[in-house]
Design a protein around this ligand. Structure first.
Ligand code: C5P
Length: 217
């Protein structure tokens, strides 16, 4: 019998603290991550689930809770080689405050300046450091969706990218394009649960292709 596949799923938003009570974050609900994990578990796969703060976490997964992008990167590096298929649906904050203020910032003048520092690109790290693994990213774009998604597919060395528009955030139904280097599959106005199933099945198909290509090489 073939080995049980292991998925590493990165999900939810990250929070980047400015001071002990304030942070930068985003609207990610974590619903797609939940749906992906749910389907993978149902299919009998092992799931390592790294999640930023959300309301609900999946059941029957190895759960790693993180807060910041740096913590998510550390947990991803630690678990990367344990996984066959890596999917990042996390809404990682692009920037974090350059300096964390130990004490609550006091109200002062009419404006204050907040210096931000770029966060590392986690799925790009996974793409650049994969062996015979499949790495999948998501791209949420408000313009030039397919062109931008294709650029990300290449620059992050991904095997598959799921391109979706702004209407995907927080909603149960959405439209996506599953893009690989040689194909585009459009899935229109379907539930995140349905789409999650298609994504997981497609990643397993790509994984098996890589394996049989290696075997026959
Ligand atoms: O570049 P952009 O944020 O649009 O790319 C989206 C993809 O990259 C998603 O899969 C997201 O989880 C991942 N990402 C990441 N680390 C970042 C930013 C995005 O892994 N710092």
């Amino acid at each position: 019998m073939s080995k049980k596949l292991t998925f590493l799923i990165l999900s939810g938003p990250t929070k980047e603290y400015i001071d002990p009570v304030r942070y930068i974050s985003n609207e990610s609900s974590g619903k797609m991550g939940l749906a992906l994990a749910g389907y993978a578990v149902k299919k009998g796969y092992k799931v390592i689930f790294i999640s930023g703060g959300v309301k609900k976490y999946p059941k029957r997964v190895e759960l790693v809770k993180v807060t910041t992008a740096l913590e998510m990167l550390k947990a991803s590096k630690f678990n990367l080689q344990r996984a066959d298929i890596i999917i990042s649906v996390a809404a990682v904050a692009d920037y974090r405050p350059a300096k964390f203020q130990k004490h609550k910032i006091k109200k002062s003048g009419n404006s204050i300046l907040l210096k931000l520092k770029k966060n590392p690109d986690i799925v790009k790290y996974c793409g650049e450091n994969k062996s015979d693994q499949v790495v999948v990213g998501f791209a949420l774009e408000t313009q030039n969706l397919l062109t931008n998604a294709k650029l990300k597919l290449k620059s992050k060395k991904l095997d598959l990218i799921v391109a979706n528009g702004r209407d995907s955030f927080g909603y149960d139904k959405t439209t996506v394009h599953l893009m690989s280097s040689d194909s585009i599959i459009k899935i229109e106005n379907r539930s995140k649960k349905f789409i999650a199933g298609k994504i997981i099945d497609e990643t397993v198909r790509i994984f098996e292709n890589i394996k049989s290509f290696k075997k026959n090489a």
